[in-house]
Write a protein that binds this ligand. Sequence first.
Ligand SMILES: [Fe+2]
Ligand SMILES: [Fe+2]
Length: 299
Amino acid sequence: MSAREDEFLEYVQSGGQVETTDWMPDDYRAKLIKFIEMHGNSELMGVLPEREWILRAPTLQRKLALTAKVQDEVGHSQLIYRVVSDLGKPREHCLDDLISGKSKFHNVFHYPTKTWGDVGVIAWLVDAAAIISQKALLKCSYAPYARIMKKICWEESFHILHGRDVILTMMNGTDAQRELVQEALDRWWGPLMQFHGNPIPAEDDPMYIWRIKSQGNGEARQQFLDGYVPQIWELGLTVSDPKLRKNDDGVWEFSEPDWDELKHVVTGHGPKTEERLGLRRTTRGETEWVRRVVLPEAA
Ligand SMILES: [Fe+2]
Ligand SMILES: [Fe+2]
């Protein structure tokens, strides 16, 4: 690394933040784009599993809440793609790479939503896993990304309350409703445990070295378990991992998550990957004329 890059690294490692117009090493810019773009893709793809349930929501209130959540998530992707665009990759290119399968999105959005129980589990636990990563981004060395995370985290925490309320209602309902929640939780547990990624030591993770992230993957997973397993148990639900327990030193033990499944799914081979990307391709084609008319730069 050049002396200038060394100085930059020292600056971000000591808590310094960078603005769009500041000089930054090419490697830092490339890592930022890749990381933030995947976040934007995930927000956008994340609406599809839930959107399928808007028309099937059990009450008007649930329909309104779910619609609002879906709108929030699309809003998050709008904000995030703007940050990527300022770094040099326009939103249209991000969408090209998403629908061609060149860029990735989070593992949990490649799975089907089979019952209303899934809607509760996603809003409660998938959003909970996501907010742990997103809160750690509030200290990101790239200031524009850290700033938008404030609004995003606020909205995500509200999604968790909505999800918890869906789950609580079902757990206080009939045996059949409780079974729906348990069955959904059993299906989602594996993907949830894979969500924060392989346990790379923070010192070896380039995202941590550049202070794009401020916590390691294993640490995020421990935080998730610590915050949510006690709540899951309190509701009378069980977790389908016989090894799961908290040691006396406060560290959670668990069965090794299926890293092969994670790799397979995020490289575009999840059970719903093709169908959901296909839907994005179709809607992008259908709305092309709107962009042509509305966006001056697209004309
Ligand atoms: Fe979101
Ligand atoms: Fe959310």
